[in-house]
Design a protein around this ligand. Sequence first.
Ligand code: NAD
Length: 373
Amino acid sequence: MLPEMPLLHATRRNFLKTATMAAACLPLAGWLPRTLRAAEPGRKLGFALVGLGSLSTHQIAPALLNTRYCRLAGIVTGTPAKAKRWQAQYNLPDKSIYNYETMDRLADNPDIDVVYVVTPNALHAEHTIKAAQAGKHVLCEKPMEVSSEKCQQMIDACRKAGRQLAIGYRLHFEPNNRECVRLAREKVFGGLKIIQAGFGFKIGDARQWRLRKALSGGGPLMDVGIYALQATRYLTGEEPLLISATSTTTDHLKFAEVEESLVWQATFPSGIIANCSTTYSVGGIKGYRAYAENGWFGLDPAYEYTGQKGLRSDGQTIALPPVDHFAAQMDNFAQCIFENRPTPVPGEEGLRDLRVMTAIYESVRTGKTVKLG
Ligand code: NAD
């Protein structure tokens, strides 16, 4: 789990100002969301959250209050006491409270447009497919699922239902990460050559689902290493071609089912090499640096809920004003739905990460370099 971060209580004015500034300074088509534009006047999309754990409680529900085009309209939870608490706190009607067995009844609820899946990784396909079959658009947390096959099933279900599927890659909406993408793609320091990226933290409670492979699909790679993988993909704009990886475990009791620490090297088609690491046993690995022909740049921290900042080899700092990542992500999805244009973070993007992570685990298992593509 990411360390608990204080939510940025950006005012709506500040949020719009910073979102607009960020979009204005980074006109990178394809990767970057467009500047927010007016939707139907006063219309907000109703979001139902599935899984009311830490992320929903401390980040997503508060962020919904910071959005312009979204509102919390329903919940799906297996815990009746939580349902009661959330219903009172967010003033939700009885008809918009569901459990995992009744969530197919979402089909009868026109107040809910989008289902946001925030359950353990290996439940994402089940909940996404149920939501799609109920005719809802789906925003699903990262990692998309625990296998490429399940990702494909999610994509197919949403396509069949004619609904959009977005993956919760909030950093695509974060101005400092976007600035680094600009520096890379515009070759401000020349062409990239080497990237170092990593994300890890010291995990607590040994009984949590993140350490149970059946629910997590893997260890820190699936949970936080995916951010380093994403960084290498969005900085290069390329897909890894070759992967070699190794993992180690020192605490065999705690990490009986998933890896404790893992490093991988990715070679990209243009010749860029990325060295990446992830771990559940130490803190402090939380950024990336990209080395180009004439200099370097990077962020540290790069991936947390707020506080992104970075350095460049020419002495300039990277410190664009912060935004509420989750609010920006949800507003962007709402805009895409309103304007009937595809999300910049579709299911296919989640599937691409699963393919690479599967190759990483294959390399660990076989001790061989794995070729992708
Ligand atoms: P959590 O353990 O705090 O919450 C998970 C929720 O799922 C709980 O409410 C739990 O009751 C519910 N649940 C339903 N069925 C369950 C089952 N069979 N076993 C266990 N729990 C079950 O986890 P979280 O930190 O909120 O993470 C949820 C998802 O969000 C994960 O996919 C995680 O990777 C992702 N996440 C994303 C970010 C981000 O920054 N985008 C940050 C944290 C977590």
